[in-house]
Design a protein. Structure first.
Length: 130
């Protein structure tokens, strides 16, 4: 049985997009939340793009893989810029620790997904479907 990297990556991108958009919907209807912050907008936009790219990813389109790498890289940089601001804006040490730990795990997950997309086997799978 041949590993279908395009299907695995496409389904994961669809799940990522659906979860991020679902979080945005729940945050929007939360009466205490009020407005969307910088991080909410970045993750919602990344999730929407991942959801839109999921079908071309499943079909094995290389341009979709490259686009998703670019979008995730921009999201990673935006999150890396958000961490110091959130750290400075909160004066409680426990809130700062939670921000650092949550942000670090999110950065690691984004880097892991980018590394999977750049792996030679995945690149080869997408190039063979052109």
């Amino acid at each position: 049985m041949v590993m279908r990297w395009s299907v695995l990556v496409g389904v994961f991108a669809a799940a990522l997009g659906a979860v991020e958009i679902g979080i945005a919907v729940l945050a929007y209807f939360d009466p205490d939340h009020g407005t969307f912050g910088y991080g909410d907008m970045v993750f919602t936009a990344t999730g929407a793009v991942a959801l839109l790219l999921s079908y071309p990813l499943i079909r094995g389109q290389n341009w979709a893989r490259v686009s998703l790498v670019a979008v995730l890289s921009v999201c990673w940089v935006a999150l890396a810029l958000l961490i110091p601001f959130s750290f400075i804006a909160n004066h409680w040490i426990y809130t700062r620790l939670a921000i650092v730990m949550g942000s670090a795990s999110t950065l690691c997950a984004i880097i892991f997904f980018i590394l999977v997309l750049l792996h030679p086997d995945v690149r080869r799978a997408f190039h063979s479907n052109v």
